[in-house]
Design a protein around this ligand. Structure first.
Ligand code: LMR
Length: 335
């Protein structure tokens, strides 16, 4: 079957989203009084895809169908390069970008999340995301007329390439696709790799075309993008955290009548809590699927091998402290 190019599909969907905005919902949202357009870049069957779907269901249920959340997953509508701009222009209402992608839009403090080995468990990440520090980070977003509504986990990233990555030396000279994050670029550089920032929706193609040699991601993203088909080895380095901040266009958010805003906010809080509870098991299930598929060889690192990575990336902490001030880095380390 003919599948229109991504740019064509995006064009059609953007028209659809614009019509919804203009008050003429086109399909299943026809009876809703309000439709919230929410765009994200990953597959539906991921921790983020599922949590946002849950949010949509809770909103529809609790508002008895009068508020709908229309989700555009998989970079269908906007990708990494244009989604924040689309939000600021009001072309969509909500997003959930990776916390690693906020540095490039002016919020360098979010880079603390990308520090390699900064968290050992998701519960360590929650000390930031569910605490005072996380709240402070969300509040900073108002500087760009964004409302930070909460955080969501994916999990821990691993290294993939067309060779095992069991020691920093294995990364030497490799072109590694990364998210647009200063810290992740620095991490790759200190490990001897060449960081290449690419939007998520271009990653698999770039791996397949050998524009890049490898990447880092969680097993749920690796599996749902079928990166195993284009990478011979996945090494379970578990070296970095991937999570999301759910954000809204400030004007859109403030214009929602207070009682409806409270309903939407509570639904989001509940969905994020649910999402955080299932994130680990989603990544586990993806790993089981990857093992069963046998397309990539999967390597588990010993504690000593992980320690070598941990020691090798230590300079990234000082580099980030120099860039954003030691207080943010120290505050995260102290938690
Ligand atoms: C990536 O670009 O690798 C991730 O941020 C994608 C995502 O949203 O999980």
């Amino acid at each position: 079957m003919h599948r229109p190019a991504l740019s064509q599909r995006r064009h059609c969907l953007r028209l659809l989203a614009a019509c919804t905005y203009a008050g003429t919902p086109l399909y299943s949202h026809a009876r809703a009084r309000m439709t919230i357009r929410l765009s994200h870049v990953v597959a539906q069957e991921t921790p983020k895809g599922l949590a946002l779907q849950r949010f949509a269901e809770l909103v529809a249920h609790r508002s008895e169908g009068s508020i709908q959340v229309q989700i555009f997953p998989d970079s269908q509508l906007y990708g990494d390069n244009d989604e924040v701009q689309a939000l600021q222009f009001g072309a969509v209402d909500m997003l959930a970008p990776s916390v690693s992608k906020f540095g490039r839009i002016g919020f360098d403090e979010f880079e603390v999340f990308s520090l390699p080995f900064v968290f050992d468990h998701l519960r360590d990440a929650h000390r930031v995301t569910q605490g005072e520090l996380g709240q402070q980070l969300l509040e900073r977003l108002s500087q760009q007329r964004l409302v930070g509504l909460g955080f969501l986990d994916n999990g821990f990233k691993h290294m993939s390439a067309n060779r095992p990555v069991l020691s920093p030396i294995d990364l030497r000279g490799l072109r590694m696709r990364i998210q647009a994050s200063w810290v992740i670029a620095e991490q790759m550089r200190v490990l001897g790799a060449r960081p290449i920032a690419l939007p998520f929706d271009e990653t698999r193609t770039a791996l397949s075309a050998r524009v890049v040699d490898g990447t880092e991601n969680t097993t749920s993203n690796f599996w749902t993008q079928r990166m195993d088909a284009v990478q011979s080895d996945l090494s379970l380095t578990q070296h970095g955290y991937l999570g999301y901040a759910v954000i809204a266009n400030e004007r859109f958010w403030r214009n929602i009548p207070a009682s409806e805003r409270a309903l939407i906010h509570q639904a989001l809080v509940d969905a994020l809590q649910w999402g955080n509870a299932i994130a680990d098991s989603q990544n586990e299930a993806a790993l089981v699927a990857l093992r069963a598929a046998k397309t990539s060889r999967i390597h588990t690192l010993s504690a000593a091998q992980r320690t070598r990575f941990r020691e090798a990336v230590w300079p990234v902490y000082a580099a980030l402290a120099k860039r954003i001030g030691a207080s943010w880095v120290d505050a995260v380390k102290a938690l």
